[in-house]
Ligand binder design. Sequence first.
Ligand SMILES: *[C@@H]1O[C@H](CO)[C@@H](O)[C@H](O)[C@H]1NC(C)=O
Length: 156
Amino acid sequence: MNMKYVFVLVIAIAAIAEGAEYTVGDDMGWMVPPTPDYYASWVSKYYFVENDTLVFNFEQGIHDITVLTKEDFDACNMKNPLFQSPEPGEVMVMASDTFYFTCSFGQHCANGQKFAIYFASAPLPPSPSPCPSESATADQSTESRPFKFVSAKMGN
Ligand SMILES: *[C@@H]1O[C@H](CO)[C@@H](O)[C@H](O)[C@H]1NC(C)=O
């Protein structure tokens, strides 16, 4: 019985420190999807919060992870990626904003391997903050990337 409580506590601490982890596309992984709205439906299943991690499963060399501005995302223009990784693995998103993920290979973006995803600044339910002046880390450089490649997925 005590073990159960310890286990729950450990999980809770891990969730606070690192955020939740979501596997993009669930079992299908990251690929050109069977339907163009596949990844939009995947995104709509979850509620994402900053510091959550997206796990991208794909075969290296035939896909990548590319983050674009909305304009470039809409146009599938790969020339100015905000973030890019040729490796499958985990990307932690450390800001509250909407981000635009796609794959830069061939026509993959045009064929639906893309999704816009919003990361909220706080988990649901939104708890009213009794002490709004607590954090004074507002002066974030817009140059710093809110993406962190956490770890490459080990081959399986
Ligand atoms: C995300 O991590 C940063 C840095 O550790 C922290 O200041 C911020 O409160 C975290 N955000 C959430 C929603 O946990």
